[in-house]
Ligand binder design. Structure first.
Ligand code: ZN
Length: 161
């Protein structure tokens, strides 16, 4: 089921989300709906608070397949990348944001099992962007400047989260 995406200005986007404690059917349906909602909106990531659920769960797909992260945390970050960023909760706008080049992440899967992985470049950017949502942070808080159509990055890649 595609859920409604909350837009900037909604106070739910500014709250710190609670950990997921039950790895049950309700969580699975949430994750399924989040993936469906993200794809429908043509985004590369979506966090639970963006659909009004104040729990620490995100989905990401930067083109390498769907990744579900429950209670994710960044263990370590390295380097720095600057680039264009957008957000499904901030339609029609993009900004230049600096993020780590690489992050080491620990999370739980939908069954509650812990796993760790490294994310780089666009994947790292998406992880950082989505994890920020879980703490009520929107990329607008971190962006250096707004990006307008005529100063688009050379690769012109459209990324929405
Ligand atoms: Zn976002």
């Amino acid at each position: 089921m595609v859920r409604r995406i909350l837009k900037v200005g909604d106070e739910n986007l500014r709250k710190v989300c609670k950990p997921v404690v039950k790895f049950d059917l309700r969580l699975w349906l949430l994750l399924r709906d989040m993936a469906e909602t993200m794809r429908k909106a043509d985004g590369v990531g979506l966090a639970a608070p963006q659909v009004g659920i104040l729990r620490r769960a995100v989905v990401i797909d930067v083109g390498d397949g769907l990744v579900e992260l429950v209670n994710p945390e960044i263990l370590h970050e390295e380097g720095c990348q600057g680039g264009a960023e957008g957000c499904l909760s901030v339609p029609g706008r993009r900004g230049y944001v600096e993020r780590p080049q690489k992050v080491r992440v620990r999370a739980q899967n939908r069954r509650g099992e812990f796993f760790e992985f490294d994310a780089e470049e666009l994947f790292a950017r998406a992880v950082c962007h989505e994890l920020d949502h879980l703490d009520g942070i929107i990329y607008l808080d971190k962006m250096d400047h707004e990006i307008f159509e005529d100063e688009e990055e050379q690769d012109g890649k459209e990324e929405k989260r």
